[in-house]
Design a protein around this ligand. Sequence first.
Ligand code: SF4
Ligand code: SF4
Ligand code: SF4
Length: 346
Amino acid sequence: MINLTIDGKNVIAGKDMTVLDAARRAGISIPTLCHHPKLTSFGGCRLCLVEIEGIPRPVTSCTTLVGENMVVKTSTPHIVELRKTILELLLSDHPNDCMVCEKAGDCTLQDLAYYYGISENPYEGERRTYETRDGNPFIERDMEKCILCSRCVKVCDEVQGVGAIDFAYRGFQSKICPPFERDLDCEFCGQCVAVCPTGALTGKLWAHKGRQKNVNKVDTVCTYCGTGCNLTLHVKNNDIIRVDSAMSTWNEGWLCAKGRFGYSFVSSPDRLKTPLIKKRGKFKEVSWDEALDFTASKLKNIIKKHGADSVGGLSSARCTTEENYLFQKFIRAAVGTNNVDHCARL
Ligand code: SF4
Ligand code: SF4
Ligand code: SF4
């Protein structure tokens, strides 16, 4: 273990911990934009600068490991001024259209500008403007709001293992894009959207559907497969307008495209809500009693005529473990056959 002092507080940290992690664990707040606890450190945004006794210049706390008897200061007037300047520089090349931005109220850049009281910008100069929008179906990529923090690039590579996006060009022209600036064509897991600290990446499906303060957040489990990822549904007027997942869940906030973007079926008018039986060539809505009696009599007739092994049961990954257990029990004990399988093996 390593003993150090951060802002006058004695802190004990693991030898592999960064100064940032040690400070946060001790309840000392250091602002960041590019850092994400599930991704490797980048040190790109420079907001986490701290002063360390014996080191002549401020260093990024997200890339500096703790040291024995280290003395760290996280918020001296000089550090605060540096952070303000960094934020002012970022905002000097930013649309600053929080009033219509999907991310407003949930944006780290906006929060930091508020915290450091940055209302006017002393820097004037050229701003990046991009006319074309990405034509992909799920992810709105507004690169004018991108602060080049690299979180999206890292999550796509380190978590998803896809590498669909990366930095392109150099200097002022630098931007994040898919190869050859084509439209994004990837797994559409949306992990990049989940980690983006600004409104540069948002979901096309949730555009203009509602502000975060107006949604009711409901935790649930995804019904698409047996993995059982935790979801948080953002509900407004009894409609799901967005889905995300908390980092504290077993799936660490990561989802697949179905879990994150495939929620429109819940309120779809095409959704099947009652059983249907085909009568004279057309499906008719019937009660559950009628449907179950009909199915049971058909099954009985088949078993009587052809034997139990002429029946097979296919279960579903969309059911719970308990439902799948009951289904195989029904096929084995009630129908009398071992012909039972599951859609995940098809
Ligand atoms: S990304 Fe954040 S700071 Fe930028 S316009 Fe949107 S809410 Fe405002
Ligand atoms: S949606 Fe997933 S696969 Fe596509 S760019 Fe983002 S992280 Fe990569
Ligand atoms: S798109 Fe978002 S996550 Fe990616 S580099 Fe830009 S600001 Fe960071």
